[in-house]
Design a protein. Structure first.
Length: 443
């Protein structure tokens, strides 16, 4: 406890770190306040049916990603998911379209152009999703809930929802630039945490009335803790590849002649495959316009959060996206070239093409179990719900929510520790080595 108190004091002694913490908290506060501002023209006292609709199923996931703004008919109701969907499309184009491939190789200027294209695409997605959200409001809420009617309400709501998501995206970028951690990831994480107290209360109420009572809740918490620890292990697990550096003599000094290791992450893609897959699983609902009973068989099957086809497709997409994102973030060709330039080689493997093939083979082998386990954790909430856990609390049994919490918290703590060690203070742990996801950010 004494060490912890001393570390907190050291954190606030560093002016830059203290400033970043307060800036981050300030932007998050703005986001949380905005999530409670109801769209103009809707009676906030008549949202009970909308909140009931989002207690379970796929819509509850949409509500989770928006931090509860979806069920409150807030100006931030669509959350950050449209931006994530746009990012998915742009990254896929980076593989298939030569123009985007050239932009990726142009460094900072190319990155700015890609970000600009992503923003424009986000607006396009919002123009499609906003009418779907309005259609859902008309389908769910009584007519008396709409203070305004007609084209004015429709057009103004589309503009407000679009502006709301763009503002949330801007907040995320400001947190990344001036605060701590990845802003978009933090916004998603805060939305998840905001739902936790209500979900926990609902679960205690449900189980207290059931035969299991509070004993069942205690067992749930133990299972949740185990999954949490396993998730941390998955985020930090690495396979170390030995690299031998040959001796080099420059003048009177000798360089190299030592063995080092390349840490290859078992889960190099982080939580991105789950977020990508989850964004695609929302597409059937968007196409159906949240039509409720009017949805076709395909859309109905993929709106069943605990159904076989939903979870099978979800798990398959996660495995595919894990390989895709790992291929995007890790380049065996570049790693082999860097080793060769620095006089390094993998013992028993010839430099050049053989090294590339070896690294590619190793990444494929360690990515497979990592992707399967990632998919299993992602469908854990559905399994928990089938086991009798309250739908709201079940979302915290693995899946997107738990892995985002683990990844974002570790990355943020890693940044704080870096600031402490840079100024010769003790780190947050005795070893001074919190292992986050390194350079692989959530968004």
């Amino acid at each position: 406890m004494k060490r912890f108190i001393e570390t907190i004091k050291n954190i606030f002694k560093i002016e830059d770190l203290r400033s970043r913490i307060f800036i981050t908290l300030g932007y998050i506060l703005i986001y949380r306040l905005g999530a409670h501002i109801v769209l103009p023209g809707i009676d906030p006292n008549q949202l009970a049916e909308l909140q009931s609709q989002t207690k379970e199923g796929v819509l509850s996931l949409l509500d989770m990603f928006s931090g509860g703004a979806f069920s409150k008919a807030s100006i931030f109701a669509l959350g950050i998911m449209p931006y994530i969907s746009a990012s998915i499309v742009v990254q896929l184009l980076g593989i298939a379209v030569p123009y985007f491939q050239r932009l990726q190789k142009e460094g900072e200027s190319g990155r700015k152009k890609i970000n600009q294209i992503t923003r424009y695409l986000t607006i396009g997605i919002l123009i499609i999703q906003s009418p779907s959200y309005i259609a859902n409001l008309h389908h769910t809420l009584p007519s008396s809930a709409f203070v305004l009617q007609g084209n004015f309400f429709y057009i103004s709501t589309v503009l407000i929802l679009t502006a709301g998501t763009m503002f949330v995206m801007w907040l995320g970028e400001k947190i990344t630039d001036r605060g701590l951690g990845n802003g978009i990831s933090l916004i998603i994480m805060v939305g998840i945490i905001a739902r936790l107290p209500f979900a926990f209360t609902a679960e205690i109420t449900t189980q207290y009335k059931a035969a299991g009572g509070l004993l069942f809740v205690l067992v749930e918490l133990i299972i949740l803790f185990v999954i949490f620890m396993v998730s941390i292990a998955l985020v930090q697990a690495v396979r170390r590849i030995p690299v031998q550096y040959a001796k080099r003599v420059v003048g009177n000094k000798q360089y190299g002649g030592v063995r080092q290791y390349i840490p290859l992450k078992v889960n190099a893609a982080g939580v991105m495959p789950i977020i990508f897959a989850q964004a695609l699983m929302f597409v059937p609902l968007m196409i159906a316009g949240f039509g409720g009973e009017n949805m076709g068989g395909f859309a109905t099957a993929f709106s069943n959060y605990t159904g076989f086809w939903y979870n099978f497709t979800f798990a398959l997409l996660i495995i595919v996206f894990t390989y895709f994102y790992t291929a995007v973030t890790i380049n065996p060709q570049q790693m082999a070239e860097d080793m060769k330039k620095n006089g390094g080689f993998i013992p028993g493997i010839k430099p050049g093409k053989k090294t590339v093939e070896f690294l590619d083979s190793i990444m494929s082998k360690i990515t497979l179990p990592g992707s399967i386990f990632l998919a299993f954790i992602a469908i854990m909430p559905a399994l928990a719900q089938l086991a009798g856990v309250n739908a709201q609390f079940a979302q915290f049994f693995g899946g997107t929510s738990l892995l985002i919490l683990v990844g974002v918290i570790l990355d943020t703590l890693q940044q704080i520790e870096s600031h402490l060690l840079m100024r010769h203070y003790d780190g947050l742990t005795k070893s001074g080595r919190i292992k986050g996801r390194g350079s692989y950010s959530t968004i």
